[in-house]
Design a protein around this ligand. Structure first.
Ligand code: RET
Length: 309
């Protein structure tokens, strides 16, 4: 078999199965599919690299490697899906255009993109906000608002009337809240930990918020306004995703190379590490028997032990 002659068959195998008796579709071509597969390869190689780098650290120091590898792993699968011309549906555009690149009565909307984002944007925020040593309730709340941003973006993309812009507006307001937390509140937390943490946080935080501002613009031109063709949409989101995931991940892990997770409040124990505070590890036997004290007295003894070490 001559591999050089093999063609990308995805559009033929999976594409343009729109129902509703559509007469014309606005969908990706083989070029778009090739590009999606190329981005899939970038995400896959990055995942191997981030996961491989985790082995250079003890297990208790791998949290940022694992989060970052998970982000590109999910993206690789989403990009495989889009390259295969799957994970999409045809939606009637609000604005019917005459330009041949975007003329038609159904536009291909990749809902798999939002399944990717609803998983990966919270992980990106965890990478950032854990670096800043943020309290966990703030992290959870910010992730919830981020999920509102992504899900309203998905609903807006699937709505055919002008009401889609209502969802878009909700998404933009949610994004402004996230951007505020990242650029203001978390920046102050990071600065309080030390100059190295502050520098890493600033580089990754500014990079993120700058890039994230461009996503609603891509949405407005693609799913929203039907201004650019699905192949151009692929390039726009693809470049943003490469910068926001593998490039961001590289900057973040590089920044973390000399930062102890415990300085960020992340006290993670491996099974063979000493107990925190120099306490003895207790066996079942010690806890259950051999003491005439009540549980309360036992606690007191433990606390005293900790404070004298
Ligand atoms: C939408 C439309 C609704 C308004 C806003 C949006 C923002 C999306 C963002 C996505 C970021 C994705 C990333 C993916 C990972 O690679 C949903 C497009 C504000 C900011 C970083």
């Amino acid at each position: 078999m001559d591999l050089t002659k093999r063609k990308n068959d995805a559009i033929n195998a999976n594409g343009n199965h729109f129902v509703n008796g559509a007469t014309s579709n606005i969908a990706i071509t083989t070029h778009g599919s090739d590009w999606y597969f190329a981005v899939c390869a970038v995400m896959f190689v990055s995942t191997i690299a981030f996961a491989g780098l985790s082995f250079t650290k003890p297990r208790s120091h791998r949290i940022f490697h694992y989060i970052t590898a998970a982000i590109t792993m999910v993206a690789a699968i989403a990009y495989f899906t889009m390259g295969a011309d799957l994970g999409e549906t045809g939606i009637k555009p609000e604005f019917i255009r005459t330009n041949s690149k975007v003329a038609g009565n159904l536009r291909e909307i990749f809902y798999v993109r939002y399944i990717d984002w609803v998983i990966t944007t919270p992980l990106l925020l965890m990478d950032l906000l854990l670096t800043a040593g943020m309290p966990w309730p703030t992290i959870l709340y910010t992730i919830l608002i981020d999920e509102i941003m992504i899900i309203t973006g998905l609903i807006g993309a699937l709505v055919t009337s002008s009401y889609k812009w209502g969802y878009y507006t909700f998404g933009c307001v949610a994004f402004l809240w996230v951007a505020w937390t990242v650029t203001w509140t978390a920046r102050k937390h990071a600065a309080a930990i030390g100059p190295d943490v502050s520098k890493t946080y600033l580089i990754c935080g500014v990079w993120t918020i700058f890039l994230w501002f461009l996503y609603p613009i891509a949405w407005g031109l693609s799913e929203g306004g039907n201004v650019i063709a699905p192949d151009s949409e692929a390039v726009f989101y693809g470049i943003l995703d490469i910068l926001a995931k593998p490039v961001f991940g590289t900057l973040l892990l590089w920044g973390h190379r000399n930062i102890e997770p415990s300085r960020l409040g992340l006290h993670i124990r491996d099974y063979d590490d000493p107990m925190p505070g120099g306490l003895e590890r207790k066996s079942e036997k010690d806890i259950g028997n051999g003491h005439h004290n009540s549980g309360v007295a036992d606690n007191t003894a433990t606390t005293t032990g900790a404070s004298t070490v």
